[in-house]
Design a protein around this ligand. Structure first.
Ligand SMILES: Cc1cc2nc3c(=O)[nH]c(=O)nc-3n(C[C@H](O)[C@H](O)[C@H](O)COP(=O)(O)OP(=O)(O)OC[C@H]3O[C@@H](n4cnc5c(N)ncnc54)[C@H](O)[C@@H]3O)c2cc1C
Length: 303
């Protein structure tokens, strides 16, 4: 029986492990794919306090090392559900089942991808999913933003202050983002909008060159230095549908306390997988600390 089992080894889960170990709780972190989470896809992180620049993998390696040194255990497995009652949970995985007094769900989310050939090859090297994270690398350059919702429009406005020009490519014949953002876009002198268009291909063999656009069957090439894909995010919360409340987009409904709405006592949530407005390493780590300390208090209360 572990005091705390943490699902997901991204910044949220690993920070939670760090705090829980420092409170001398027994901790198991279960990760299905990449120790370090999404940030491992970023070649340059320049907005984590205290580190001027580092790669995502460098950051993840340091964090994993720190957590292991503190005595947390880590398993590679996929969690498929949580059974049991407060203080006696069963964390069910594909390979095994683990007993836990308390569980922290820190499964993150991933950006919806275009699903095109070369997209993964050029991720971080021309294909981006986060203007806040990577916009600064495109100073005075030409970029495209794919999508027409609030996120896409906000990203385009932010990029227009950094980049030489921004082209929004939207599949519908209208933008779906709020009117205020649409008006802001019109006022910017360097944002162009292409409607009724999809991205058919990513251009470039060894180096990203741009995107091929399909406008009602007519193909054209848009040569840009980077493309920011903003067509939504996909949280990974299906295994927890029975023990938490998911919103219409699949996020676990929870506020800054990291206590999921409708969950049994002793279940907490941290990081990108919960409802929140800013999804960054700093906010994920902050959640990890809050969730861990709440889990520690819960474990102490049932002793
Ligand atoms: C290309 C890119 C660049 C970025 N750049 C920056 C940046 O410069 N600065 C910044 O602050 N943020 C950046 N971000 C955002 C940042 O990476 C995320 O906000 C942060 O990683 C969220 O942490 P998390 O722990 O909540 O989730 P994640 O990092 O998504 O980690 C969740 C982990 O849970 C695992 N998991 C999911 N489901 C299960 C399951 N059922 N069983 C077991 N494990 C599971 C996943 O495999 C994953 O490893 C970037 C993101 C991307 C994609």
């Amino acid at each position: 029986m572990y005091d705390i089992v943490i699902v997901g080894a991204g910044p949220a889960g690993l920070t939670a492990a760090l705090y829980a170990r420092r409170a001398e709780k027994s901790v198991l972190v279960i990760e299905k794919m990449t120790f370090g989470g999404q940030i491992t896809h970023s070649p340059r992180v320049e907005n984590y306090p205290g580190f001027k620049v580092m790669s995502g993998t460098e950051f993840a390696d340091k964090l994993v090392e720190q957590v292991l040194e503190q005595g947390a255990e880590i398993e590679l497995d996929t969690v498929t559900g949580i059974d049991g009652t407060p203080g006696e949970y069963k964390v069910v995985c594909e390979g095994a089942t683990y007993d836990a007094k308390s569980v922290i769900i820190a499964t993150g989310s991933h950006h919806r991808m275009l699903g095109l050939p070369k997209e993964t090859d050029f991720t971080g090297e021309g294909v981006q999913y986060c203007a806040v994270c990577d916009g600064a690398f495109y100073r005075d350059k030409s970029v495209a933003v794919v999508g027409g919702g609030n996120t896409a429009l906000q990203e385009a406005i932010m990029l227009s202050d950094i980049c030489a020009d921004v082209t929004i490519v939207q599949n519908l014949d209208f933008l779906t983002g709020e009117t205020k953002l649409q008006n802001d876009i019109k006022e910017k002198g360097n944002i162009k909008v292409i409607l009724s268009s999809t991205v058919d291909a990513i251009l470039g063999d060894t180096e990203f060159k741009g995107i091929r656009i399909n406008t009602n069957g007519e193909l054209s090439d848009l040569f840009v230095d980077g493309v920011f894909v903003a067509i939504g995010q996909v949280p990974e919360n299906e295994p927890f549908r029975d023990v938490t409340t998911l919103n219409e987009y699949g996020y676990i409904v929870a506020g800054e306390t990291c206590v999921p709405e409708g969950a049994k006592e002793g279940i907490f949530v941290a990081g990108d997988c919960r409802t929140k407005t800013i999804r960054q390493v700093t906010t994920a780590s902050a959640d990890g600390a809050i969730a861990a300390l709440s889990a520690c208090r819960f474990v102490d209360s049932i002793k």
